[in-house]
Design a protein around this ligand. Structure first.
Ligand SMILES: Nc1ncnc2c1ncn2[C@@H]1O[C@H](COP(=O)(O)OP(=O)(O)OP(=O)(O)O)[C@@H](O)[C@H]1O
Length: 671
């Protein structure tokens, strides 16, 4: 088999341009090390990395090869075998003339590793935390051009590190002084005088001769920040400096020469500015002898966490982020890039006081943008994401807190479900919630569904989903995929996980028309003491705002037109779960000294489900029952001959209303 060194156009077809550039740089270096310098080991490992070939195979091939041609011939059979085995890094190609050859494999991960190694050699770049191949490729360009004399243009959104990179390039260049100037901050005439200097008396206020920054940076670097805002009057003068290395101080005729190195940065699109006539094309060309484009943070998802954890550690925090925070950080756009991320993490480090970072520790603006408090659907989604947090569902004590933070922030005033559009949105939210797909809405394609289903392990959820996804909303192939998956799941029942149950309960509470169904589900749900009560709480909150009869046209979820069954209908729990019995229940809980603190804390949260949770967790059912019975007896004794129960204010059977409880408390106080 013949081998082929990849011609440029082949590489370009296989790699994006920026990677192609880095690959050929690495390849050239590897060959140099293999055949021209004594650093054989480096060359061998680079070749192994770039081609995804085991190091020992490369070593063996190199041992018997005298040149590149021979080395590649030795390696070709191995690459050919890989190509036949379906390794898509290796390809067999037909060369015109009927010759068949094997191309050099291109291993992107290997290239990334090489770039990381390359970056680590430059301590000036240590402050750049990244494992992103796109940024690493840009840093490689910076390293390679740092020691040259040519101008560098760094572009990228605000906060991507343009200023930091300019400084790093200066350090790597070994030049003397670094003189930065922000071209936006000052007027054209002042900028001119700052850059070129001026002669005493050349304008009002020029009380003495002044040397400009260009002169100061004679053996150093002049950094023109925000160069896109450079005043048009100054542009031709700067062009002259770059082109002819000549300039004149303001108010002077003598021509001065300079050897300063220029680095410019901007977050503006200079090509657009050229088209609009705001920036000179020839100046842009001169400035961008070497152009480095820094990618925005949202395109470097892995870097978000690397940087966040580093910033947190610097702020003496463990660097731990809860899953909901990770989800939020992934879906947030980070318009201010690394600078914004660093600020947010420093804030969170203080707010969390050393605890793992939760959503409530992040700056408000960030949370609001990531989760706009829009409609019910987005609230459910948010809750889904919180529930998706593995650490939350494991930790009994912290779960209510994390959910509560979310509920507090987003359920203060849950908007009613007002129209069909919102109901549809809600169904969509259910789908996403069920898929536990963090981040942005999932386009429900067959492929997406299958990928999502691969993450699901819940029979009950799947079955519920199948019900919810009526054929009118989703294409048949999606429904049949779901059915097939359900069948497969049913064969492998291991007990549905809590989350699935919770979601099902929520769906049922909102969707079922049959009150018995709801009671049954509630009872079932209440067996789970960690997640479910919170879901019930959420469902309750939502329910309170869906009391109005729904328009008959609503088909996506049939919202029951009547008032929902109260909690108290749940057999065995009705008395102590009824919110009107709260005072009695609270009393019962407080009466048990051992649980005072925790119960007190939970009770403050003002939710029947919390109370239920406390009661269950501490086996207080009997105490509660007794108290309820006692107060019921007391009440009937008091009301019997003289007072008939007032209409409309009577609690369900066996339930005591506030007046009676208050009366009871007053009696106690008197005694
Ligand atoms: N990859 C990175 N890893 C760690 N810190 C980074 C990274 N990129 C940038 N930073 C840090 O982010 C901060 C902002 O960077 P810098 O001020 O250089 O951005 P900029 O693009 O010049 O912003 P602006 O356009 O607003 O001037 C700096 O503290 C810098 O060290």
């Amino acid at each position: 088999m013949n081998i082929r060194v990849l011609p440029e156009e082949v590489l370009l077809a296989r790699l994006p341009v920026y990677q192609y550039r880095a690959w050929s740089r690495a390849w050239a270096q590897a060959l140099h090390e293999l055949f021209h310098t004594p650093s054989l080991a480096e060359g061998l490992s680079t070749l192994a990395l770039l081609t995804g070939t085991p190091l020992d195979a490369v070593e063996q091939a190199r041992a018997s090869a005298r040149g590149l041609e021979e080395l590649l011939k030795e390696l070709a059979p191995d690459w050919e075998r890989r190509a036949q085995d379906g390794d898509d890094r290796c390809r067999i190609s037909r060369i015109p003339g009927g010759v068949v050859g094997v191309e050099i494999p291109v291993d992107e991960e290997g290239l990334r590793q090489w770039l990381l190694r390359y970056k680590r050699r430059e301590s000036a770049l240590d402050r750049f935390i990244t494992e992103d191949i796109q940024l690493l490729c840009q840093l490689q360009v910076a390293i390679d051009h740092a020691r040259s004399h040519e101008s560098v243009l760094i572009t990228g959104e605000t906060g991507t590190g343009k200023g930091a990179l300019a400084e790093a390039i200066h350090v790597m260049s070994g030049r003397e002084g670094f003189s930065p100037i922000n071209c936006t901050a000052i007027t054209a005439s002042l900028l001119e005088s700052e850059l070129f200097g001026h002669k005493k008396g050349s304008f009002t206020g020029a009380t003495q001769d002044k040397e400009g920054l260009i002169a100061a940076a004679e053996n150093g670097t002049l950094f023109l920040d925000e160069v896109g805002d450079l005043a048009t009057e100054v542009q031709p003068k700067l062009l002259r400096v770059l082109r002819e290395r000549e300039y004149r101080r303001v108010g002077e005729t003598e021509v001065l020469r300079t050897q300063a190195r220029f680095i410019a940065a901007t977050n503006a699109n200079l090509f657009e500015s050229v088209a609009d006539g705001r920036f000179r094309e020839d100046l842009l060309q001169r400035l961008s002898a070497c152009h480095i484009e820094l990618p925005p943070l949202r395109e470097r998802q892995d870097d978000i966490f690397l940087i966040a954890e580093q910033v947190l550690r610097t702020a003496r925090h463990s660097g731990q982020l809860t899953e909901p925070v990770r989800t939020l950080m992934n879906r947030y756009e980070w318009h201010g890039n690394v600078a914004e991320l660093s600020d947010a993490m420093r804030y969170a480090a203080v707010a969390s006081r050393g605890a793992p970072i939760r959503i409530s520790h992040l700056p408000d603006a960030l949370v609001e943008e990531a989760y706009p408090p829009a409609g019910t659907a987005s609230q459910i989604l948010l809750t889904a994401q919180v529930l998706d947090s593995s650490d939350a569902s494991k930790d009994y004590d912290t779960l209510p807190e994390s959910l509560d933070a979310v509920l507090e922030e987003h359920l203060k005033e849950p908007p009613p479900i007002a129209n069909n559009g919102e109901v549809d949105e809600l169904v969509m939210a259910f789908v996403q919630l069920a898929f536990m797909w963090p981040g942005n809405p999932v386009p429900l394609t067959q492929a997406a569904l299958e990928k999502a289903l691969a993450q699901l392990r819940t029979v009950s959820l799947l079955s519920e989903l199948r019900q919810q996804l009526s054929a009118s909303h989703f294409p048949n192939d999606i429904i049949s995929t779901l059915n097939a998956r359900l069948g497969a799941e049913l064969e492998d029942v291991k007990g549905p996980p809590l989350l699935g149950l919770a979601i099902q309960v929520l769906m049922q509470l909102l969707g079922s028309e049959n009150p018995d169904d709801r009671s049954h589900l509630l009872e079932w749900a209440l067996k789970f003491q960690k997640v479910v009560p919170m879901i019930v709480h959420l469902a309750q909150a939502l329910r309170q705002h869906t009391e109005e009869p729904k328009p008959t046209t609503v088909t996506a979820i049939s919202v029951p037109p009547t008032r929902p069954t109260p909690f108290a209908r749940v057999p065995g729990t009705k008395d102590w779960l009824d919110p009107r019995n709260r005072p009695v229940v609270e009393k019962a809980v407080r009466a048990t000294g051992g649980v005072k603190n925790r119960a007190g804390k939970l009770l403050k949260l003002n939710s029947a489900s919390y109370v239920a949770k406390v009661i269950r967790a501490h086996d207080l059912e009997t105490v509660c029952e007794e108290l309820v019975q006692a107060s019921r007896a007391e009440r009937s004794k008091r009301t019997q001959p003289s007072r008939a129960p007032r209409k409309g204010r009577q609690a369900p059977t066996g339930v005591q209303h506030d007046d009676a409880v208050k009366g009871e408390e007053r009696d106690e106080a008197k005694q």
